[in-house]
Design a protein around this ligand. Structure first.
Ligand SMILES: Cc1cc2nc3c(=O)[nH]c(=O)nc-3n(C[C@H](O)[C@H](O)[C@H](O)COP(=O)(O)OP(=O)(O)OC[C@H]3O[C@@H](n4cnc5c(N)ncnc54)[C@H](O)[C@@H]3O)c2cc1C
Length: 496
């Protein structure tokens, strides 16, 4: 009861602003979330501090550790996506086995390594070959950061402020590694897009069908497995969440009931997303890049993943999604005009991939001038006709004197398409960590789709949506899987 009396006083003090404690930047983990958080992290490295809450030295060390963690963790991070800084309280009984797994012999004890190695691994000081290392000199924030700088060849400083030193960071547009981290931005953009749709109550009778079609495209071809699963989960429950009979029409959408206005436990790309920061799409100012960059990368990555037979329906799904759900008025109008100007069907993946690439370059071309005039460009990411030669030299035929605009450049479109397929296909997911442990219903949904014939078990609209998602986008895969499952069932039957 003494404790319960003290709590409110402390929170009042915090509330009054005398002692406002900022939230911890380091993420506290325990035995139940340790593996999932680390295996899902987009960061390249992780530090785990093992401590005990009763240990006075650990309490004194906390501000030092936090001083470094604020550089790398959370939405306000100065250098996000590089190091995930975490802590585990070994004094809690539930964490005993976890701390034993990492041979914790003193407090505080800091380990360094790739997040995935922590998630699946253990550490033993006697084991020679291990990608997890003990950080032996980290007694102050300066010393910990020195250790990190030596390890990474970096020059991070405790004085670094957000965006202040972006121009001095190494930046190499031809680095193929960069795109491999964009998959996390694609997850962020997908989640953000759906948050906006819900926030602005954009699901109405006339926008329902474009949304279902876009979700079908995501179920089959989103580059992130987490988002494929999350989209499938939403599709399966679409009729329950937004029954067509109860959806408002016209501009008075606000009358939609509060309960039905959220995803209620559905996470389109898993519980950890949105993370609150951008990696590939991070601008050098707060207001540049981010969501719209992530959305472009999502669209390109979808365009190279659809099969030839699906390309025109994917084109329509993309156009209708942008038209109905992208809240930037000018953007969606321009984009829709480009959609409407397509007079012959885009019959192949190549047609779709190249159309979207050309459309994006037309936007770049317009913005190159507009942003300069209005002084709204991101100085570190000026608009260019894309891809630049550093990224794809073979995309250009010969050195051309006609350098004013994409349409006039002498593109080798076969090479451009090859490049797009590699860049937004294989390269985009090359460092993706494929854990789906946070999906709502585990593994079952997508597997069930191909054989889901019981339309009574799911609402009719959702059953139709599932059938369309698995067959319209990925007809061959759907057919193959259905055959496989039927064959397996027949085999089992004949055995019994
Ligand atoms: C559908 C859509 C329409 C838009 N229309 C407008 C508009 O009309 N007016 C406006 O002010 N803003 C518009 N925007 C926003 C604008 O295009 C940029 O997204 C924003 O300015 C951020 O730019 P960025 O530097 O991050 O690069 P972005 O243009 O967002 O590009 C993201 C990444 O895609 C790659 N990329 C660039 N060009 C191409 C290409 N041709 N093909 C394939 N990949 C490429 C690059 O790696 C780049 O970093 C639109 C966005 C979208 C998604």
């Amino acid at each position: 009861s003494v404790i319960s009396q003290m709590r409110p006083r402390r929170s009042i003090l915090r509330y009054l602003g005398d002692e406002i404690e900022p939230p911890d930047a380091a993420v506290e983990l325990n035995s139940t979330n340790f593996d999932a958080v680390l295996s899902n992290s987009p960061a390249t490295y992780a530090i785990v501090e093992f401590f005990a809450h009763w240990c006075p030295a650990c309490r004194n060390y906390k501000p030092q550790y936090e001083n470094v963690a604020r550089l790398f963790n959370g939405p306000e991070a100065v250098h996000p996506g590089i190091i995930l800084m975490t802590r585990v309280d070994c004094a809690w009984k539930m964490n005993t086995n976890l701390c034993d797994r990492f041979s914790v012999s003193r407090y505080p004890m800091l380990l360094w390594g790739p997040p995935i190695k922590f998630a699946s691994g253990k550490w033993d000081p006697k084991q020679e070959k291990n990608e997890i290392h003990s950080i032996d000199d980290a007694r102050t924030a300066e010393r910990l950061l020195n250790w990190i700088n030596k390890k990474l060849g970096s020059s991070f400083s405790l004085e670094d402020e957000k965006y202040e030193n972006e121009n001095t960071l190494p930046w190499n547009a031809s680095d193929p590694e960069l795109i491999s981290r964009a998959v996390y931005d694609v997850e962020e953009a997908t989640t953000k897009a759906f948050e906006i749709i819900l926030e602005h109550k954009m699901i109405k009778l006339d926008t329902r069908s474009p949304l279902i079609k876009f979700l079908q495209l995501l179920v089959a071809h989103h580059p992130s497995k987490r988002c494929r699963k999350g989209s499938a989960d939403i599709l399966v429950n679409f009729d329950d969440l937004w029954p067509s009979g109860l959806l408002p029409t016209g501009p008075h959408a606000a009358s939609i009931s509060k309960e039905r206005d959220g995803l209620k436990g559905f996470w389109i790309c898993g519980k950890e997303v949105p993370r609150g920061y951008w990696i590939f799409c991070r601008g050098s100012k707060n207001e540049t890049r981010g969501f719209s960059c992530g959305l472009w990368v999502l669209l390109h990555s979808l365009s190279v993943r659809v099969g030839d037979g699906e390309s025109h329906s994917a084109f329509t799904a993309i156009c209708d999604f942008i038209h109905n759900f992208f809240l930037c008025d000018e953007c969606r109008q321009h984009f829709y005009e480009m959609c409407l100007s397509v007079s012959t069907p885009l019959n192949t993946t190549r047609d779709l991939g190249l159309w979207l690439w050309r459309a994006h370059n037309k936007v770049n071309e317009r913005l190159m001038i507009e942003e300069k005039d209005m002084k709204t460009e991101d100085p570190r990411f000026p608009k260019t006709i894309w891809p630049p030669k550093q990224l794809c030299n073979q995309c250009y035929f010969a050195p051309s004197s006609k350098s004013h605009g994409a349409a006039l450049l002498d593109w080798n479109e076969d090479e451009v398409f090859k490049f797009l397929v590699k860049y937004y296909g294989e390269n985009l997911v090359s460092s993706y960590k494929d854990s789906v442990s946070d999906s709502r219903d585990g593994e079952s949904i997508v597997d069930d789709m191909a054989v889901s014939t019981n339309a009574v078990a799911v609402p009719v609209g959702a059953a139709l949506a599932i059938a369309l998602a698995s067959c319209a986008f990925g007809a061959l895969a759907c057919f193959w899987r259905t055959q496989q499952k039927n064959r397996k069932q027949r085999k089992n039957l004949s055995k019994t």
